[in-house]
Write a protein that binds this ligand. Structure first.
Ligand code: 4NP
Length: 144
């Protein structure tokens, strides 16, 4: 089972989502992340994401940002997006209903707020939301 986490820049939210979910699943699961935008390709995660993850025992420092592409629909079984805007950007690349069905908002009824331009405590809130979401995803996948 291959799972992709997607946000805008692939430096704040989706690297955390990738690291947190990986920490909850065994290595039969492949987990990756990508951004819909090109600005940070090849960059390390934002240092505020690296430090909040480290605080909870997760190392995301070796991840490197990449951009989402239509080929990801062939490579991944499930694609989790952080907000409505990521949702429409990703769906715009889908060729058919099978591809569209792979895409889900990571939180059922709200966005994971973009912390990039905010204060450091925004990263703590993002971590908390993603930790809860990853717990649910891991439970669901392991019961399949
Ligand atoms: P992310 O946060 O989508 O959670 O990685 C952002 C990072 C960079 C930018 C926007 C959001 N940016 O505009 O450069």
């Amino acid at each position: 089972m291959k799972i992709l986490m997607v946000c805008l820049g692939n430096i704040c939210r989706s690297p955390l989502a990738e690291g947190i979910l990986r920490s909850k699943l065994n290595d039969k699961f492949t987990i990756d992340s990508a951004g819909t935008g090109p600005w940070h390709i090849g960059k390390s995660p934002d240092k505020r994401s690296v430090s909040v993850a480290e605080k909870y025992g997760i190392d995301i420092s070796t991840q490197r940002a990449r951009q989402f592409s239509a080929a990801d629909f062939d490579k991944f079984d499930l694609i989790f997006v952080m907000d409505e805007s990521n949702y429409s950007d990703v769906l715009a690349h889908a060729k058919n209903d099978d591809e569209r069905k792979k895409v889900r908002l990571i939180l059922e009824n709200r966005d994971v707020p973009d912390p990039y331009f905010g204060e450091d405590d925004g990263f703590e809130e993002v971590y908390r939301l993603l930790e809860e979401a990853a717990d649910k995803i891991a439970q669901e996948l392991e019961s399949e």
